[in-house]
Design a protein around this ligand. Structure first.
Ligand code: ADP
Ligand code: MG
Length: 595
């Protein structure tokens, strides 16, 4: 069965549900739909973007309380009161207010790294919960009652069977939008967050923006769920918006499969049904009342984390194998290319660069320059400071002193992605790829700056023409480096040497004027090295400037136009390959102690 026909079967099954199922199951499915919306946001935020949030239930609360208050409060000033006339007007209000609250919290917390972000989400999750309970105009801990039911096309949605259709149309719509978003340039930028900010920024992704986008989308879904909940339940109090529910949502995302939008349905469905069942069963077994299911869930979570890291979605999918999607690159008009400097123009000019890490001077008074149409090799023993120089040039690390000029302008002090935009692109010594993404998609991240379509266009698939061009460009680069047979393979399944080559294709997809390669030949076999050397020569002859860090002397000597040798952070020699090769200092640095 193809993926499309599976979706059709699901939709038909959902549509028939209320006609055959008893009331109790409809109610359960309604709640599963509401939870799935929140979980879907968490799948995007946590599973895809790698940002853990325990505070999602609080956003559900903001959405629910917004509509509860606006539709029930008396004597609101006129400019607000009109919103409360119809729940359909409070929907945008609820989503907007939640997104504004999320934006403020996001500005503070998203910059936190490591464990601080989840801790931050716990803090706001608790604060908002207590706020709901302590504000008298929100009814304190008793909450607000008398929330009107929804009315659609003259039909009163008081009945759960009618409400069911509204919920599930919205859930399926949200799944569709989310899947579209992930399958786009913006989506790749969000997925790139998991590869680390350094990589994503080097490809021109504004990672702070991408984090905020996914954070606000998740908050928006939570608000929608809260709004629906308020009008389904017709009363609200703080209980369902507490931290423990926030943990439950996260749990649904992890169990379902935090990396795939369908995991949200699996997780929300499984946990809701299981909880219902255990709440009946366990007290009877233990002969006492209590929330025993929490213990069970804790154990389940540990089991999932040990045995099914990616949640249950991949397991579910294996039960219903779909035909592999056809390799999806169509011929498309090539992207516009950058106007390149003529051969011989100085591209990069590093002047007296110094970098100190505490007491260690990793780069001391380093100067070098690279011209268009030239391969400059930077060689030296391990720890000489070569990668550090790369990081100074590409804006990853600030200089202690000195200057970096690129295409005539100073770039030290600029952010990585601004330097990337000017036409500098790089690979990493320790590969930074997204292992589960295909070779094609990894390379397409490199073309990020060559597209401009945003989140809305992506969510509604209005950017297909640009997307096809971006993917076609990525496929072209994959072909150039000779990996077309692996185009659709997950990059993690390739040998390490091939992964380095994928990094070169990704860097080339940016259409750079200057290419920086950090040990690209490491892990390649003899013939692969020869092919790489041929490719680099061809690129050089087309006018690209290449700064090549390499350990393998033989590889460099047949290839480079000139060579700079580093040792202990300093330049010890520079010149034509054959000159440098005979330099006694260089021989000493490379062979010192061996002979
Ligand atoms: P190479 O790439 O030539 O092998 P590196 O530039 O990676 O050398 O490292 C040069 C020196 O700087 C090494 O001694 C390394 O331990 C040190 N170094 C590199 N990065 C950092 C860092 N972020 N913090 C502290 N020391 C560092
Ligand atoms: Mg290095």
């Amino acid at each position: 069965m193809s993926a499309r026909s599976r979706v059709i079967v699901l939709v038909i099954a959902l549509a028939l549900g209320p006609l055959i199922l008893p009331e109790f199951h409809i109610t359960l499915l309604n709640y599963i739909g509401l939870y799935a919306l929140v979980t879907l946001g968490l799948v995007l935020l946590t599973g895809v973007g790698g940002l853990t949030s325990f505070g999602q239930a609080a956003f559900v609360g903001v959405g629910a309380y917004t509509t509860a208050y606006l539709t029930t409060a008396e004597g609101l000033p006129g400019f607000v009161a009109w919103v409360g006339v119809s729940p359909w007007l409070t929907l945008p209000a609820a989503v907007l207010l939640t997104v504004v609250v999320a934006a403020m919290l996001g500005l503070i917390t998203l910059r936190l790294s490591g464990h601080y972000l989840p801790l931050g989400t716990i803090a706001w999750g608790m604060s908002l919960y207590f706020l709901f309970g302590n504000l008298s105009f929100l009814g304190g801990h008793t909450g607000l009652t008398g929330i009107p039911s929804l009315n659609l096309f003259g039909m009163d949605l008081k009945d759960g069977r009618h409400f069911y259709y509204l919920i599930w149309v919205l859930v399926l719509g949200a799944l569709w939008l989310s899947q579209n978003l992930l399958d786009s340039r913006e989506g790749r930028a969000i997925r790139a967050l998991k590869g680390g900010t350094v990589m994503a920024e080097a490809m021109g992704v504004d990672t702070a923006r991408s984090k905020m986008v996914v954070f606000l989308v998740a908050a928006g879904y939570a608000a929608l769920s809260g709004w629906l909940y308020a009008h389904l339940q017709r009363f609200v109090n703080p209980t369902p918006f507490g931290l423990h529910i926030g943990i439950e949502y996260l749990f649904m995302a992890v169990v379902g499969g935090a990396g795939n939008v369908w995991g949200a349905l699996v997780g929300a469905g499984l946990i809701t049904v299981l909880k219902q069942w255990l709440q009946d069963l366990l007290p009877r077994i233990f002969g006492a009342s209590g929330n025993f299911e929490i213990i069970f869930f804790g154990l389940l979570m540990i089991f999932v984390l040990h045995r099914a890291r990616d949640g249950l979605w991949p397991v579910v999918r294996r039960l219903f194998p779909a035909q592999a999607a056809a390799a999806g690159v169509v011929a498309a008009a090539p992207l516009p290319i950058r106007e390149k400097p003529v051969a011989g123009t100085v591209l990069l000019d590093v002047r007296d660069a110094v970098k100190k890490f505490g007491g260690l001077t990793a780069n001391n008074q380093m100067s070098l320059s690279v011209k268009a149409g030239e391969i400059l090799a930077l060689i030296g023993p391990n720890g000489a400071g070569k990668s550090t120089l790369f990081n100074l040039v590409t804006g990853v690390e600030p200089l202690t002193s000195g200057e970096v000029h690129f295409l005539g302008g100073r770039v030290d002090g600029k952010a990585s992605r601004e330097i990337a935009r000017l036409g500098m692109s790089r690979t990493f010594q320790h590969v930074r790829l997204l292992a589960t993404m295909s070779v094609l998609e990894n390379v397409a991240i490199g073309a990020h700056l060559r597209g401009r379509q945003g989140v809305f266009a992506a969510a509604f698939h209005l950017e297909r023409a640009e997307e096809e061009r971006l993917l076609a460009e990525a496929a072209r680069q994959v072909e150039l480096v000779g990996l077309t047979e692996h185009l659709m393979d997950p990059v993690g399944s390739l040998a390490l040497g091939q992964q380095r080559t994928v990094e070169i294709a990704r860097a080339l997809a940016a259409d750079p004027s200057l290419l920086l390669l950090d040990e690209p030949a490491a892990g390649l076999r003899y013939l692969e090295k020869a092919a790489l050397a041929d490719l680099l020569r061809k690129l050089r002859d087309n006018g690209l400037g290449i700064l090549l860090v390499e350990h393998d002397m033989d590889f460099v000597m047949g290839l480079a136009d000139s060579v700079v040798v580093m040792e202990f952070g300093e330049k010890i020699a520079e010149g034509l390959p054959e000159e440098v090769q005979g330099n006694p200092d260089v021989i000493e640095a490379y062979l010192g102690g061996v002979d």
